[in-house]
Design a binder for this molecule. Structure first.
Ligand SMILES: NC(=O)C1=CN([C@@H]2O[C@H](COP(=O)(O)OP(=O)(O)OC[C@H]3O[C@@H](n4cnc5c(N)ncnc54)[C@H](OP(=O)(O)O)[C@@H]3O)[C@@H](O)[C@H]2O)C=CC1
Ligand SMILES: O=C(O)C1=N[C@H](C(=O)O)C[C@H](O)C1
Length: 254
């Protein structure tokens, strides 16, 4: 009997979903049992015996799709953006009704992006100023990116924990949007540019010095090892896991 993980992809015609479907097909320990997109019937997941769904659709679709998966005891690896505290709380409530089911919500599947977030979180308390610039392809539907939002939240939490003062900013007059979005006190700027894929710079500043942490995804292949790792690990991780870092043995120096 095959012991391969039975995996389905939602959003399988999309930019990342199509690549994810190919990566699952190519993985020795997985079988792609369904590749669904808009207007496909989710019951096909049950018919196909999917154990894990890789969810790569749109913020407007993700909650409904996860509701179906969790209620049917199907684990999920989620890359779709649009996560708010309220949505995460809804998901936790849903999971509480389905003990044993696991969902990974990963703002970014690439190892470099995960490290950018963790390095930024670690550095945040040492700098007076911190701003995030994310740069993406112009077909991206949401701004700021999920990665930038999460990065800013991690920076804000680290600064709050360390008792940092509010960031210095003497701006009195500004054109709407000139200072970017305010994510928990951290400014996030979104660039949309033909030729780009997914990039982020975290700018940190203190008296007389700056530190820039930059990451570039130049191809969707950068996300595939993280997606496959998520699929392998989520089946043994009931409840909500927020961030791929929880499935990486990062062992960052103290
Ligand atoms: N976490 C990570 O590392 C990454 C996350 N992402 C995120 O993944 C999401 C998808 O990105 P991307 O592939 O670029 O977007 P695309 O628009 O290229 O792909 C999304 C696909 O999902 C389809 N879709 C929409 N609604 C549903 C639904 N209800 N059920 C099934 N399929 C649906 C879309 O159909 P239609 O075109 O008809 O709308 C489309 O084919 C975004 O939120 C993006 O930010 C992307 C890359 C990496
Ligand atoms: O839409 C994309 O392309 C990406 N979306 C994710 C995000 O919003 O952070 C991850 C990556 O940046 C690519």
């Amino acid at each position: 009997m095959s012991t391969k993980l039975r995996v389905a992809v939602l959003g399988a015609k999309g930019r990342i979903g199509s690549e994810a479907a190919r990566a699952v097909e190519a993985a020795d320990d997985m079988e792609l049992v369904a590749a669904l997109d808009r207007d496909d019937d989710l019951d096909a997941l049950v018919g196909a015996g999917a154990q894990v769904v890789v969810e790569l659709t749109a913020p407007s679709a993700v909650m409904g799709n996860l509701d179906f998966c969790v209620r049917h005891g199907i684990h999920a690896v989620v890359g779709t953006t649009g996560w708010t505290d309220d949505r995460l709380a809804q998901l936790r409530t849903l999971l509480a009704g389905s003990p044993g089911t696991g969902v990974l919500v990963a703002p970014n599947f690439s190892i470099g992006a995960v490290l950018t977030m963790k390095f930024s979180q670690a550095a945040a308390r040492f700098f007076e100023s911190a701003e995030v610039v994310e740069l993406h392809h112009p077909n991206k539907a949401d701004a700021p990116s999920g990665t930038a939002t999460r990065t800013a939240q991690l920076i804000a939490a680290a600064r709050a924990e360390a008792g940092c003062a509010p960031q210095p900013d003497a701006t009195v007059t500004a054109l709407d949007g000139a200072r970017g979005a305010d994510v928990e006190g951290v400014r996030v700027h979104s660039v949309r540019l033909r030729g780009l894929l997914a990039h982020q710079e975290v700018l940190l500043g203190a008296e007389g010095e700056t530190l820039t942490i930059r990451h570039d995804s130049v191809h969707h292949s950068s996300f595939m090892p993280g997606i496959l790792l998520g699929v392998r690990r989520v089946v043994g991780a009931p409840g909500l896991t927020h961030g791929l870092e929880h499935f990486l043995d990062l062992n960052l120096p103290a």
